[in-house]
Design a protein around this ligand. Sequence first.
Ligand code: PGA
Length: 241
Amino acid sequence: MRPLIVANWKMHKNRAQAIEWVCQLTHLHKQQPTAARMVLCPPFALLEILRPFCDETIALGGQDCHPEEEGAYTGDTSAMLLADLDCRFVVLGHSERRAAHHENNEQVARKAQQAQKQGLCPIICIGETRKQRDSGHALDALKQQAQESTHGISGNYVMAYEPIWAIGSGTTPQPQDIDDVAQAVNAHLNHQPATFLYGGSVTDKNARDFVASGIYRGLLVGGQSLDAQRFYAIAQACCNP
Ligand code: PGA
């Protein structure tokens, strides 16, 4: 199975920078094709301009969607529109949205249902806080988060394990620890994901360690995805574990 390497740009880049990035990536791919399946999740307003550049080399994804199909929801984005913009994926329940927009598991599950209805593959994020980890409650918290955030979904989805304390911090868990999490969470789910991703301070130096055992089939990359060369190096590293 091809590794799935997802770039989460968060709220970075303008149109010129986005085009420069995608041209660089396409060039790198032409020089030395990667076997990885790459996905780019840019800010919503960049999707339209990136569409013509995205194909089998790199697919597009959204960073969030609304649980309803359409309606009076100022500022929100529908899964229907993401699909219309050729997105294949949508990141849901990222810890930054859970924290800053007070998203809970039930809302994440409803968004995932809507995404699937529109033909998108949800990438559902779970992750424990430093406090939960230090007090020995991480696994229970993650199992509950995973189960509730996937409630009622039926088709394919991806689960991304992103310890909150590892995001943007330069600190990462041990590969054995993340494998234990994926196995425990998977055993607890009614409807198991096709793919588990790891995210949190991934670089081209540590990328291979997280996928080496084969339990994780890819990575969700934040900061290091802003540079096309570094992102491509991460994708390549995962193809030769
Ligand atoms: P990071 O972010 O790679 O910068 O740690 C990952 C994420 O938030 O998805």
